[in-house]
Design a protein around this ligand. Structure first.
Ligand SMILES: *[C@@H]1O[C@H](CO)[C@@H](O)[C@H](O)[C@H]1NC(C)=O
Ligand SMILES: *[C@@H]1O[C@H](CO)[C@@H](O)[C@H](O)[C@H]1NC(C)=O
Length: 218
């Protein structure tokens, strides 16, 4: 206690005060000074971030596969060729009051047992605040090589037996948010939809339960 009285101008008390700063502590002062500036900047940034967060209240966008029909899903065993015909209706809800969204790219990939068999890219669009966009009739059809290991083949036989196929649909997004005049840079989230699609037999439509998709952490 008394020590600090005896040496005024030493230690942290001399910081940022050039009159008090003696040669011995210039370096110390400089360090403390820079440290204080960095601390102040961090605190200000944190406050700005909190205020912006409270003001914009960013809420996750909701993706739902509202309907899906599967009219073909045949794996030809000798050549591992999958013939498929999958149609989907996708609903995208932007619940945000102050953020609109630019979907600059939406790539939809369909996978079976981890093997991608089809992909399609949607047209870019802008989604206003508090709106739902329905993208109807996304059709994935054709044939593709799908190499399933033993586990995959038994899974396929299981699905064929039950008539309900477990198909993964991943959405690779490239989006920007817009708030009044400001646009953010790009975000690239991946959305995962775990679908169980019944195969329609002879044109008879079977019911598909609407499925909520989730953000996937790559
Ligand atoms: C999607 O929605 C349309 C109506 O907009 C409907 O005709 C169709 O049956 C739905 N389902 C699929 C899988 O396309
Ligand atoms: C299709 O639906 C109709 C009426 O529900 C039924 O009579 C028919 O047997 C179904 N066909 C097949 C192949 O399941």
């Amino acid at each position: 206690m008394s020590n600090s009285y005896n040496h005024p101008g030493r230690g942290s008390s001399c910081c940022c005060n050039p009159l008090k700063c003696c040669c011995g502590c210039i370096f110390d002062c400089l360090c403390t000074c820079i440290y204080q500036i960095i601390c102040t900047i961090l605190v200000v940034l944190a406050i700005v971030a909190i205020v912006l967060f409270i003001f914009f209240r960013p809420t996750p966008v909701k993706f739902n596969v509202t309907d899906a029909t599967l009219t073909q899903f045949d794996l030809a065993t000798p050549n591992d060729n999958l013939h498929y015909n999958l149609a989907m209706n996708l609903s995208i809800r932007n619940p945000n009051k102050r953020l609109s969204i630019y979907y600059d790219n939406i790539e939809i990939r369909a996978l079976y047992e981890g093997q991608r068999f089809a992909s399609i890219t949607l047209k870019p669009f802008h989604q206003r605040t508090k709106t739902t966009t329905n993208v109807d009739n996304i059709v994935l059809s054709g044939q593709n090589l799908v190499l399933l290991h033993n586990k995959g083949v038994s899974k396929y036989n299981q699905d064929r037996g039950s008539g309900v196929y477990h198909i993964d649909v991943d959405l690779y997004l490239r989006i920007r948010f817009k708030a009044s005049l400001f646009k953010t840079s790009h975000f690239k989230p991946k959305i995962h939809c775990d679908l169980k699609v019944p195969l329609s037999v002879d044109g008879n439509r079977t019911s598909f339960s609407p499925t909520t998709c989730h953000l996937a952490w790559h």
